[in-house]
Write a protein that binds this ligand. Structure first.
Ligand code: PYC
Length: 329
């Protein structure tokens, strides 16, 4: 029987399972290489950690790895029910409180290495975490999209650590009681994007759809979102990368100034607070010498939320169990 140590958390209702120790020994020399390696060689391990019968479609996994960048306290690979993610905002907050729960970090400033870059974060009291996301930007504005039923919607395409299509003219109310309709629409948007080969920069797949609407009447938040994740589940939290993508669009429109506060409410009512600073042009050039990124005026978002520990222990992998390595739907 193999035993895998884990800590479970949730951030604004969205769960993260942090894998503290794993038998995996990576050969890759960057986290981006290890992301590919995890997907290609250890997909059964991913399934075993987050899919049924031990997990579910909503659960995001976070595999802790020793950092390759010595300025970081830990490295992490985020994954879900279908694959590996570049970055995850709610998951980063979960990792922060899990590292504290394990006695590995104290409240204060820390750095986490992810496949898309280093994510500095500050752990405050009572599970409050502010993360500084990787540089984010709007790639295309107000893109028309014809849906399979002939209806046309519009959306911005933005990078928030993952690729998002952010749509506001969808005509639906964002509320839990409307979830089946929101889900059907978000799925049809995603398949239209695929069919019409509408992508992010460098042809990358847009795998997250974010529907945006007014916040609930009892909330002071600036807007409420419904985020369809790549594996078909919807984000219970306001989505850290989705909130980053949203404020990148507001920054590009000039409707949110640097350091201005934006509050993003999720479908279950939880709220992330977001601010941003512009990325220094020299920094953009060091990330992309073609100058294309600098022209998109990337921002560096700070996202704040609260995560809670919900469980900790060992996952048991019994080789006699026919579903030991999880069920892939
Ligand atoms: O918080 O960035 C996020 C996220 C991505 C997918 C689910 N949550």
């Amino acid at each position: 029987m193999q035993r895998i140590e884990f800590v479970d958390t949730h951030t604004g209702g969205e769960p993260t399972r942090i894998i503290v120790e794993s038998p995996i020994r990576f050969a890759g020399t960057t986290l981006a290489e290890r992301k590919v390696e995890f997907h290609q060689k250890f997909d059964d391990f991913r399934r075993a950690m987050v899919c049924e019968p031990r997990g579910n479609d909503v659960l995001v996994g976070a595999l802790l790895t020793p950092p390759l960048d010595r300025s970081c306290g830990a490295g992490v690979l985020f994954f879900n029910n279908i694959g590996v993610l570049g970055m995850c905002g709610h998951g980063t907050m979960g990792v922060a409180v899990a590292l504290h729960h394990l006695g590995r970090i104290a409240p204060g400033q820390h750095r986490l290495e992810t496949p898309v870059g280093v994510v500095p974060f500050e752990l405050g009291s009572h599970g409050r975490v502010t993360l500084q996301n990787v540089p984010c930007y709007r790639f295309r504005r107000n893109v028309p999209l014809v849906l399979p039923d002939g209806r046309e919607v519009h959306g911005d395409i933005a990078w928030g650590g993952n690729w998002f299509f952010l749509c506001q003219d969808h005509g639906l109310r964002i509320g839990l009681d409307n979830q089946p309709q929101l889900d059907a629409l978000a799925r049809s948007i995603r398949s239209a994007l695929q069919q019409q080969q509408i992508t992010g920069r460098n042809g990358e797949e847009i795998d997250h759809v974010e529907l945006i609407g007014p916040s609930s009447s009892t909330s002071v938040a600036d807007s409420r979102n419904y985020v369809l994740c790549p594996g078909g589940a919807y984000d219970r939290s306001p989505c850290g990368t989705g909130t980053s993508a949203k404020i990148a669009c507001l920054a590009a429109d000039g409707t949110l100034p640097p350091d201005g506060l934006y509050r993003q409410q999720s479908i279950v009512g939880s709220v992330f607070e977001a601010t941003y600073k512009h990325l220094h042009p020299e920094h953009s050039e060091s990330l992309d010498t073609s100058g294309q990124l600098a022209a998109l005026r990337p921002i560096v978002p700070s996202i704040t939320g609260t995560a809670f520990i919900t469980g900790a222990g060992q996952l048991l992998l019994d080789p006699q169990d026919p579903f030991c390595m999880g069920i892939q739907h």
